[in-house]
Write a protein that binds this ligand. Structure first.
Ligand code: CA
Length: 411
């Protein structure tokens, strides 16, 4: 228990303690904070007050990168100390003046992109998603490509357009190819979201020295919710033979709080059996994934409340995050602190658990019915897409908050 009251359905009890970058009106320098209930705790201030066993000047930084590069031992030490000082029996050190300086109501802070992201890679690790897309584009017989069960498929994405939740997304323009006519230049008519999780690399590896599957967990700092906005009409025309390019480079949204792997550890569950068995560099005794409940809502400009359009779970992923990282580096590719990996769209086995409109509406064949009487196949201007996620503990949650974005008309 912490020294401030936290409701059981809060995403941010003392068991969570995620990290983010925030600023306030009084102190506009972006710095590192953690979240406790409806408060942001200023870690740069706690550091100044010598509340940690040693000085960590990286809490005054405008990104988590230096903290992340300190490595797992330091992450653990700091988490342990925070759990101590924010607990109920330490309430006495939180005299009024200290409380006012260290804790800011979440309504009074501005959040910033938590990490300076060097490289961004997006995987395709949900068997259900890959199968659904495969059926739509190639037919039932060839749904999964021959490589899919042997390696976590991915592509190198674009880090510069990764944006924080609440950043508006402008409808992209690009080259599209209507059926039976010549290619044309147009605003995308098939704008979509993809429900994903993102994981951040804390400690990197040297060029030429792969990260083994056994050590992969040591290199992952934490996770965020990720929305890989996708223009399906641009994608359908451009993607062969090299994969996604402009269809996905205009915006990728992430949630502001990075939930650490230590906070997520109690929510590991066995993954599905991998058959055929992966090659040795991807093999573990038993694949484990995370039980993170995910939800997508849509609210059009005319609706007065968001409507749930999908419920999924990260545990549906076929490939684990450790397998993705081991595969990414097996060539000797070096990961650097702050690199971001997306898991790929997380679709569950049922129609209401699909993680994109492409799947939920089966490429537009089955429009979604919205509560304002409208229908949706793909996103319209003014639509707001929000993704939430949390792990359910015994009487508490470890949650991610939300990642939200609103569609603006093409410029
Ligand atoms: Ca994706």
């Amino acid at each position: 228990m912490s020294f401030i009251e936290i409701f059981p359905d809060s995403d941010f009890p003392i068991q969570n303690l995620p990290y983010g970058i925030f600023s306030t009106k009084e102190n506009p320098s972006p710095r590192v904070g953690t979240r406790l209930g409806d408060f942001v705790v200023d870690l740069a201030f706690l550091d100044e007050q010598s509340l940690f066993d040693e000085k960590y000047d990286f809490f005054a930084d405008a990104s988590l990168n230096r903290f992340m590069s300190a490595g797992r031992e330091v992450w653990r030490k700091i988490r342990q100390r925070l759990t101590e000082v924010l607990s109920e029996d330490k309430a006495s050190i939180w005299e009024e003046a200290m409380r006012v300086r260290a804790l800011t109501p979440v309504s009074d802070v501005v959040m910033h992109l938590p990490v300076s992201i060097g490289d961004y890679t997006d995987f395709y690790a949900s068997r259900e998603h890959a199968t659904n897309v495969g059926i739509m584009f190639r037919g039932k017989e060839n749904a999964l490509m021959p490589n899919w069960l042997h390696l976590p498929v991915g592509y190198h994405g674009r880090a510069s357009s990764v944006v924080l939740s609440d950043t508006d997304v402008t409808r992209p323009r690009g080259q599209v190819k209507p059926k039976d006519s010549a290619p044309e230049f147009s605003a995308s008519r098939q704008l979509d979201f993809e429900l994903e999780m993102g994981f951040f690399i804390g400690a990197g590896n040297e060029l030429g020295e792969p990260i083994s599957i056994e050590n992969a967990h040591e290199h992952i700092f934490g996770m965020v919710l990720l929305n890989d906005w996708s223009a399906r009409d641009i994608q359908a025309w451009e993607y062969q033979p090299l994969g996604p390019f402009l269809a996905k480079n205009f915006a990728t949204s992430i949630s502001p709080w990075v939930v650490t792997m230590d906070a997520l550890e109690p929510f590991r569950v066995p993954g599905s059996k991998q058959d055929p068995a992966p090659l040795p560099y991807l093999q573990v005794d038993s694949v484990s994934v995370f039980d993170i409940r995910l939800e997508v809502t849509l609210q059009s400009a005319a609706m007065d409340a968001p409507q749930v359009i999908s419920r999924s779970n990260m545990k549906h992923l076929y490939w684990s995050v450790e397998q993705m990282l081991a595969h990414h580096t097996v060539t000797g590719c070096n990961m650097r602190v702050g690199d971001l990996c997306g898991t790929g769209t997380i679709s569950g086995p049922t129609e209401d658990s699909f993680g994109s409109l492409l799947e939920l509406t089966w490429r537009g064949e089955k429009p979604l019915q919205l509560s304002d009487g409208e229908q949706r196949t793909f996103l319209q201007d003014g639509d707001v897409v929000t993704m939430k996620g949390y792990c359910q503990g015994d009487g508490y949650r470890v949650g991610f908050g939300e990642v939200m974005g609103k569609i603006l008309p093409a410029k």
